[in-house]
Design a protein around this ligand. Sequence first.
Ligand code: ADP
Ligand code: MG
Length: 589
Amino acid sequence: METIIGIDLGTTNSEVAVIQDGQPRVIPDENDRMILPSFFGLSEDGQILVGEAAKNQYALYPERTIKSIKRKMGTDELVKIGDNQYTPQEVSAIILRALKQRAEKYLGHEVKKAVITVPAFFSDAQRQATRDAGEIAGLEVVRIINEPTSASLAYETKHHQEEKILVYDLGGGTFDVSVVSIHAGLVEVLSSHGNNHLGGDDFDEKLYLYIFDYLKNEFSKEEIEKLNDDQRFHARLLRAAEKAKQELSDRPYASIEEEYLTERDGKPYHLSLEISRHLYEEMIHPLIEETLEAIHTALQGANLNPSQINQFLLVGGATRTPYISNLIQERLNITPRQELEPDLCVAMGAAIQAGMIAGEKVASVLVDVTPYTFGPSVLGELNGMPYPDVFIPVIKKNTPIPVSKSEVFYTMYDFQKAVEVKVYQGEDPDALKNILIGSFMVEGLSRVPANNEIIFQLDLDLDGILRISATEKRTGLKKNIVIENAMSQFKEEEKEKAKDRIDQLFGPSSPTFSTGEEQAPTKEVRERIVQGKALVEKAEKILPVIPEEDKEEVINLIEGIQDNIQKSDLGALTMEIEELSEILFYLEA
Ligand code: ADP
Ligand code: MG
């Protein structure tokens, strides 16, 4: 069967995916990155740069770098870079060529055909330009499909009943809401509405201004004027802003650190600044309000009201911002689906469409998600009344795993010495109606007034191991516990009840959860484990074509790595990963 790849050619980022074993798989580069920034540039010595490398140089040499070429598709505007001029089709073709090569390297054979996605509102001229770009890149474009259609396909390959799907897509620089009707393979975009100049970049801009305001207090007026003229300075601040933004999607605070940002009084100046999610959400609130209004316009366009929507999908990298799903939930009383990676699902849908055209068997997409919500209880309000055990979701049901999330909580009293942390699994706003899966005390807090900040963090991995920690922000005083089987707690609870009954007869046994730092693998170990798993997967894939004389060694290393992942043995794991990488590298060459 001939391979047809699926491509999301985005304004900010692009991805390529393919069907393997009935599942769409987004193809990573050699560094395991799925996303290719849609950037093109020329290096100092005239070399072509695409993706991450070009995005990195954008900070330093914006004049030699092109971004967001998708905005110009369908126009005959030329872009200048160095002494050369390019049509938008040519620049897009360079990005498409990089994706084609990535796929070929991964699959080990040539790829000639592709399905490419475009926004629902793209005109005929824009669609034609996209087709042309594909052909310039050496790809036969077997079909152009709409991005919201593609996302709908990724979420549900087989729609037996007619469904109305609302796709909320917030990317880097564009936003659109589309209402799609889908039934037995027939897809129709009923309406589409949005703002072509609204996206995650605007969130960056807000943070950028925040940082800049801070610097205005640090430097004299003359110094600021000088900095203001420096492209590199601006570009660095923008990158720092984007990094902080992404951190705030998972954490209540982000630190903005830029070493050697500039000089002050002849000495290097290191920027170091913190921002809270709370303040950040205030900054982006008006932008998100605007997107909520667009939802209503799109619904009106399709002649539907919110209750007639069967599925609400969050698409685009910027929808990782939790404030977005929270506001949608609050205003529309709809729980949006976001269990697929929002910046990958359009490419996944394109691969599904491509697979169907190629005649491949395509199954519904499987992803690892948490089946329950996890979070602590706090003193708060329930049904308008003060209540001591209000459940606060931190990791929500259907979040892809592994996942790491944290939230900030506050002490109640002046000079409070300790907090009790209780963690529940369940969906009820009353924590007591959920299942208590662990509790512990953090003692020895600083002697300070109420509202001492405590950072509560949950890390859930693929094996269902939940790491819970609580940290006093001002001192770093920390306590943590590990729940070994957080995703099968219902059965555990039954066991606990039985155990409690027996304990009452014989006196209590030891506690069911363990405390102490020594249990938690360090970040380094976790990263090495991820690396090891990816490498094993890759090795297993090419095992059938490995020459006999190397096979045994590769198999031994695969088993060794799996074994040491189990044991979390960092030293042995690192050694074996290095060995296996070397062999694979040599085999691929
Ligand atoms: P596009 O469709 O425009 O090519 P994407 O769907 O890839 O773009 O979205 C890119 C945007 O998503 C960027 O603004 C990026 O900073 C933002 N983004 C990526 N990850 C996160 C995150 N964890 N939190 C918030 N925004 C994110
Ligand atoms: Mg997109």
